[in-house]
Design a protein around this ligand. Structure first.
Ligand code: SF4
Length: 253
């Protein structure tokens, strides 16, 4: 409550006081090059906002950005691609089909030439209707006749299976391809972003409470290493915002 960065943050029906720290770590030197405090409850939508200042700090034109699935948002990923920030974010497995144990969406192959999906039974799912999701066009694909006669139906749907695709979903397909070509990059992210925090505890301030233990106690100050390594933080455009978590992005030059 006494931390000046803390704010009341609402998530669903609860309100907590705290902040959401974002850091970006340079994979080459394993140093934090950007940090900011946000009062966004979730990391979703914060990818480009974290990566852009980090790129400026590194003074490079192109970087690879590796983040966890909490950052998976098509608009943000597309904005990164347009700005020559190459994102690697794993696809989260969510939605009704996953919950019910049915075939996942990534088990359906999109045919870019014919604009159809090929389902696990090898049937063609064509465009059925269009709607909107936020500002994006959403297209629904399906093949009701094939579903009614399908021997795999119990593994796929309770009725007729539909697959939806956003107009700009090619951006996610390209990213999935990049991730599948370099799957090890996701594990490397975890190792690299933890490194500066270990440094912070064992070298910078000997005797400081280890991060993992402190996390269990629910309250933890902003990592000292982050403050030391980001001289621009006080002027950061969203520094004034605030919620108790730490999220991180790895950068590759
Ligand atoms: S239920 Fe329909 S979409 Fe699912 S595998 Fe069978 S034909 Fe394909």
């Amino acid at each position: 409550m006494t931390d000046p960065d803390s704010r009341a943050m609402a998530a669903h029906t609860k309100v907590g006081v705290g902040y959401n720290i974002q850091i970006a770590v340079d994979a080459k030197n394993k140093m934090i090059v950007e940090q900011a405090v946000s009062n966004d409850v979730l990391d979703i939508g914060l990818l480009q906002r974290t990566a852009e200042p980090a790129r400026a700090m590194l003074d490079v034109e192109k970087i690879n950005i590796v983040a966890d699935k909490g950052y998976y948002k098509i608009e943000d990923i597309e904005a990164c691609e347009r700005a020559a920030l190459t994102p690697y974010v794993p696809r989260p497995q969510r939605g009704a089909a996953v919950k019910n144990g049915f075939f996942r969406k990534d088990e359906f192959r999109y045919d870019t030439v014919n604009d159809v999906y090929i389902c696990p039974a090898g049937k063609t799912l064509k465009r059925l209707r269009e709607s909107r999701l936020r500002e994006l066009k959403k297209i629904e694909y399906g093949n009701p006749k094939a579903c009614r006669a399908c021997s795999l139906r119990s593994r796929c749907t309770k009725n007729i299976r539909h697959i939806s695709r956003l107009d700009n979903e090619g951006v996610l397909d390209r990213m999935a391809e990049r991730v599948s070509e370099k799957p090890e990059i996701l594990n490397q992210r975890r190792e690299i972003v933890e490194h500066p925090f270990r440094y912070d505890q064992t070298v910078d301030e000997p005797g400081r409470i280890p991060y993992a233990r402190a996390r269990k106690r629910a309250h933890r100050v902003q990592p000292n290493g982050a403050r030391l390594q980001s001289p621009k933080s006080a002027q950061h455009p969203w520094h004034q915002s605030s919620a108790g978590g730490r999220a991180s992005v790895k950068l590759e030059r």
